[in-house]
Design a binder for this molecule. Sequence first.
Ligand SMILES: [Mg+2]
Length: 305
Amino acid sequence: MVKKRACLDMDNVKLRFDWLKQSHVHIKDWKKVQQKIHHLIKGKTEKLQVIADFDFTITKFHVAGRKNLSTYGVMESYSSWPLEFKEAIRILKFNYYEIDNDPLKSIREKIPLLLVLLREAFEIMRRSGLQESNFKFMVEENSLQLREGVLDFFEELDKSSVPFLIMSAGLGNIILQVLSKHSLLKGNLKIVANHVKYGHHATETVDEVAGRLVHPYDKGDISMRLSDSYFKNLTHCKNIILLGDSLGDLDMSCGATSANTVLSIGFLNEKIEESLETYMEHYDIVLTDDQTFDIPNYIIQLVVG
Ligand SMILES: [Mg+2]
């Protein structure tokens, strides 16, 4: 009897899979994805946690034909930031790009060099005397566009008290301002990102991982450092929905060692033809040029029931 019931549930899930059969949704292993979604539904919201990247995952990649800004881009575009600091950052960015694209260096060799430059950039930002109010103005001046449906996604997770971790190598001060602007800073949310400190303690929402800067290539290490703190309190949340836009984002769940099911959803924003196969190899569901949060929202709706 129990077996029959399980089969019926699986059939219902299959019936509800049409939304995954759209031309911009790419899945390599259908069976695996169906099984994972079935586990998520079975575990309901009580067993669920969500981990997401911020830049170009929660935010759109392009808006009206133009690339959306990154969190750092918002700061660099700020009209009241003195030119000398903008110039210093421009030079660092050039050096960063050179190392990042050096074909003779492995990622392992690049990480410490890139972290040095990232640290220097944060020292420049700190010396420029930025205050919290500046970050607010930056976001007012150059607002980041969130993907369509992101507000619903946050709301649903908050309503069901689903733990939600944002792990970003972007600028945390901007992330906080953007989310605050949309009233999205709720109790279920934790943000691990890079913050410019300006004299007072970071808010409750913000978690510092032993003073480490988050680097896009290094999210696995950051996640492992969270396994004795953040993830330790979530051992009952064995089902994870992971959302990212780069391959490095896949490591964000490494520290959740008690997890059974990780359903990964990857936004493939650029170089789509060259990268699709690799993304499909690594992400369970790949969304090409999708500026919405429709697919994550569908899945959440199934889990909420
Ligand atoms: Mg990203």
